[in-house]
Structure formats: C-alpha cells, structure tokens
Design a protein around this ligand. Structure first.
Ligand code: ADP
Length: 485
C-alpha cells in the first residue's frame, strides 16, 4: 500500500506497540501512528487525528475494546477496527465482531496484521462507496415525483416510498394491513392491483404501463400512471415487482379542459357553418336560374372553401368525441354505392382541380352509420386531392365481395413511404408536418376514419408508392351485428 494511512493504536505496553509497528513495516505498510491508552485521548484522537484504522488491545488499565467500539458506534464513525489480543475464545470472537469490529489478530500471529489492515481498509472503503451509492439512489427515489413501491412475488407490499405515501395517503404499513384484510378496504383498488400484477407475477409480461384511477386514504379519486417491471433471480424466478407511480390527476384535468374547450369551439363553429352552407346552396340555384355565370362561379368557390371548413370542424368535433368515448353512432340500412356517388357528386361540384372518376361495382345494402361513412369517404377523397397537387384525376372504386364491400380511393400524388404507412392512422401523425403551408392539416382525419371503420368491424389500409400515388381501401361487412352478435 503506497498511500500513507493513519493508524490509531490503543495500547498501554510500549513493547507491544513496537512489535505491532515492526510487523506493519515488515509488511510494507506506509503509515503514521498515534498511540493512546485511555478514553479521553482516544476520543480526542478520533477528532483531531482522524484515523483511517484503529488497532486495539482488548484491555487497558482504564479502558477496553468494547468501550472503544461503543464510542465509534455512538459517534457513527465508520472506521475499521482490528482487535489485537493475546487469546481469543470463539464466543468472544463472535461477540466482538457483532459489536462492529472488522477483524481480530492474535498477538502470536502478528504476521497477519499487515494484510488484515489492508483488507479491512479496502473492505470499509467498498462498504462506504456502496453506502454512498445506496444513499444517492434513495435520495433520487425520495425526490422524484414518482412513488416507488416494491411488491413480493405474491403481490404483497415490500417497500413503499415516502412519495407513495404522499400520493395515496397510506403508509406502507397501513397498506400491508389492508392487504392482509385489516384496516379500511377499498376493494376495487385491491382487486385492480392484483389484476395488474398478475401477468407480471406469472411471468407473462416483463413490464407494463397503465393509467388508472385509484382511491386515496381520504377517499379522493386520483389518476395514476403506473410503470411496473419484474425483477427475477438467477434461475429466472420472479423475485419482486417494482412499481413507479405518478399522480397525473392534474395533467388529466388539463386534458379534459382542453378537450372540452375544443369540443365547445368546434360545436359553436359548426352551427353558423351549416347556415352559410345552406344559404350558399340557395344562392347557387338562384344564380343558375338567372344564368349569372360570373357570380355563380364566385359563390361556388366560396362553397368549396366552406366545405373544407365543414370537414375540418366535423373532424375536430368527432376527435373530441372519440377522446371521451362519446362518438355517437346512428345506424340503419343504406345503399353503399348510392352513398359514394353522393359524396363524389358533392365533392366534384366544389373541386375544380381534379376529376373524380367513379368505377362502381355491384352495390350492397349495408347496416351502419351512413353519415359517418360519408365522412370517411369525404376524408379519403379530400386527402387524395390535397396530396396530389400535380395530378388531375382521382379514381374511386367500389367492389362487392362475398363477405362485404370494398371502397378504394386512388390518387397519383406524393405517396407515402412504407415506413410511414404504418403510422398515418394514428392521431396527429403527419408525414409532411414541416410543410404545413403546402399540405395543411391536423393529422386527425385518418385517425377518425379508422375509429369509425373499426366501430363497424371493418378494415382500413393503404397501399402507396412514393411519387406515384396512394390507394386507401376500406372494407365493411354487410351487417356488423351478424358476426358480432
Ligand atoms: P391531415 O391530412 O389533416 O394531415 P390525415 O389524418 O387525414 O391528416 O392524414 C394523416 C397523414 O397521412 C397526412 O398528414 C399525410 O401525411 C398522410 N396522407 C393521408 N392521405 C394521404 C394521401 N392520399 N397521399 C399522401 N399522404 C397522405
């Protein structure tokens, strides 16, 4: 050992002290030493000498190693302590180690002392480092907004951090009592906890993330986000389950407020829009009668923009409704091809850039929400127009199949890469988000369309090649109640 270590030696016999020094030198220990033989000097040496290790004879005239160890413990000093003694019974050895000694060396085996000193210091350093790492981790755990809960492999609480206590109001001990059937019980929460932990305990999944409402000790309902993961032993058996939990009630409330706001705004916008649209149609037919081509053209262009706005507002309204799970469906029988024809005619009337070609196959009567399907077709055709600015045609095809009917909307526009095709039905996903001025949009049209189609037990998918164009397909069963009754 090259660095100089400070040794505090509790010894009253100079000859013994010399012997110890001799062995340490022989063992190449680089040290400085202070010798004390009473309590007072020992205590002051702990303060001003600041030893790296203490070597101690067991009994001194007015002091002994037990007392010396007790002082160390009392002062919470984590200094390695080696007992040097003439004799040592097994019981005594156990006793002194229990009191906190790091090692003991017999006086007639002093050759072992240098390695005992080196090892004890190294061991204590490692323990200190581990302790510091543990302390750092504990601080992180206590100071994050996340509560930390550890469950055993039966789903019973093993540890419960202070933050978890702040979130739920229960202390870990109280929750254990609840789990054991004592204390106040919120049965829904308990059964929910077991349901969430079950797949982790059984090893079915390694981790899961759940948002759920939980009840606090004072009976409040809060929203929590849980991140749970399994810790396994070497044999792969589940040892514990670690949960990180965050109170997201405020976040949820803000989301609701935002959704509410959007829903009110879109609702308020829709009413005047409907009126404008109706007056536009009346104006168009009056101008047609008068054959006032110039103003008729202007009104048509205005109607085209009003229509775009109507789709946007409808999408927004539906989006807020899907978020709340409140998208209402009004179902009945309708003729599929007739509906598609209607959508195309309406769209063509207000579209001056593209010709919408209709390849109608055999039609079928479908049971479902006609208006919502109108909206899906509208979305697909207006996307086809929007994302093919250089093309002149859109091709709409319907095809009767044995188990349902298929609608395809093909454009010859910018296309979507295979990688992005997987995401276009997700909310807010926009491939060309950096190009808002060329391709304006909110990224919710396809998401809503997919929701509507899924609700009717249908399918929606896309085939596309970059710079060649895209074809969006929708397949619907004739009557979704039949299969899913
Ligand atoms: P928006 O068009 O408002 O952005 P959508 O949900 O309708 O939202 O579409 C999501 C994304 O899918 C669009 O932003 C666009 O990148 C891509 N996309 C949709 N339809 C087409 C299409 N016909 N051609 C190319 N890209 C499309």
């Amino acid at each position: 050992m090259n660095t100089k270590i400070k040794i505090l030696h509790l010894e009253d016999l100079p000859e013994d002290a010399e012997l110890v020094e001799y062995e340490l030198r022989k063992g190449n220990i680089n040290f400085e030493k202070r010798i004390v033989d009473n309590k007072k000097d020992y205590e002051s040496a702990l303060g001003d000498f600041n030893p790296d290790i203490i070597l101690s004879d067991h009994s001194l005239p007015s002091f002994d190693s037990f007392q010396a160890l007790a002082i160390l413990n009392e002062k919470k000093l984590h200094i390695p302590f080696i007992l040097i003694t003439a004799t040592m019974s097994e019981e005594f050895a156990v006793d002194i180690m229990k009191r906190g000694a790091s090692d003991y060396v017999l006086k007639d085996r002093l050759q072992r002392l240098p390695s005992a000193v080196t090892n004890s210091i190294a061991k204590r350093r490692l323990e200190d480092e581990q302790q510091a790492a543990h302390e750092r981790l504990r601080l992180h755990i206590e100071n994050t907004p996340l509560g930390f809960i550890e469950w055993d492999n039966q789903g019973f609480v093993k540890s419960w951090s202070k933050r978890a206590e702040e979130i739920f109001g229960w202390t870990g001990k109280e929750f254990i009592e609840i789990q054991n059937g004592f204390g106040e019980v919120y049965k829904e929460d308990l059964s929910w906890v077991s349901k969430i932990l079950e797949p982790l305990i059984s090893g079915e999944v390694e981790r899961n993330k759940v948002q759920h409402q939980n009840t606090t000790k004072d009976g409040r309902m809060i929203w929590c986000e849980w991140f749970n993961s399994v810790l396994k032993d070497k044999e792969g058996k589940v040892k514990t389950i670690m949960s990180l939990v965050q109170d997201i009630t405020e976040q949820k409330q803000m989301e609701w407020q935002k959704d509410n706001f959007l829903s009110i705004v879109s609702h308020e916008l829709k009413t005047p829009l409907t009126t404008i649209k109706a007056y536009g149609q009346i104006a168009e037919s009056m101008l047609e009668e008068k054959e006032d081509i110039e103003i008729l053209d202007m009104v048509k262009r205005m109607s085209s923009q009003v229509n775009k706005l109507t789709i946007l507002v409808q999408d927004l309204l539906d989006f807020t409704r899907t978020q709340k799970g409140k998208l209402l469906y009004n179902e009945d029988f309708y003729d599929f091809n007739e509906l598609i024809k209607e959508v195309i005619d309406d769209m063509q009337k207000i579209n001056f850039t593209h010709t919408i070609q209709y390849n109608a196959g055999k039609t079928a009567t479908i049971f479902g929400d006609r208006n919502k399907l109108n909206q899906v077709a509208n979305n697909l055709i207006s996307n086809a127009v929007k994302y093919s600015p250089k093309a002149a045609n859109i091709v709409v095809t319907t095809e009767l199949q044995s188990d349902g009917i298929k609608l395809s909307v093909q454009d010859f526009g910018i296309g979507i890469s295979v990688q992005n095709q997987a995401y276009v039905f997700e909310q807010f996903y926009r491939v060309n988000k950096d190009n808002q001025s060329t391709f304006p949009g909110m990224g919710i049209g396809l998401y809503i369309s997919a929701e509507i189609v899924a609700k009717q037990y249908g399918k929606i998918w896309v085939e596309s090649i970059i710079d060649k164009g895209s074809t969006f397909h929708v397949w619907l069963p004739f009557d979704h109640r039949v299969k899913n009754a």
